[in-house]
Write a new protein. Structure first.
Length: 127
């Protein structure tokens, strides 16, 4: 994954996002920011995290569902003491499903410099 860099408004060189002064020309890279003290990461990065969170929630739900199915299957395998003719109903197996999430982002600044990036996550469900 690529690093998010801040473009110097004076010379146009890329600097680390948390550095106050440009490593190339020494200009103050945060002087012209509208809201200093707030998080300066672009809102695009926050939205890019949404597919990852959705994937993690899906994995958690899938794991919980498998645990519940296993518990129900074990309970069905042990008939109650009074009824010995209770048939065990097999749990249907689901096919393997693969989900691929691709995220692309573009960030620009007031001087016209643009940076692009992309990422891909693959999540597998099923047995």
């Amino acid at each position: 994954m690529s690093n998010v860099m801040r473009i110097c408004p004076h010379c146009g060189e890329a600097n680390l996002l948390d550095s106050r002064f440009c490593a190339h020309c020494g200009a103050d890279t945060q002087a012209n920011l509208a809201a200093s003290g707030q998080n300066n990461l672009p809102a695009v990065i926050g939205r890019a995290a949404l597919p990852v969170l959705v994937g993690a929630a899906s994995l958690a739900l899938s794991a919980g569902w498998k645990l519940l199915q296993g518990a129900l299957a074990r309970q069905a395998a042990q008939p109650p003491a009074a009824v010995k003719t209770n048939p065990v109903i097999p749990v249907a197996r689901r096919p393997r499903v693969t989900v691929t999430i691709r995220t692309a982002w573009t960030v620009g600044d007031s001087s016209g410099k643009w940076q692009k990036g992309q990422s891909e996550q693959t999540i597998e469900f099923g047995e």
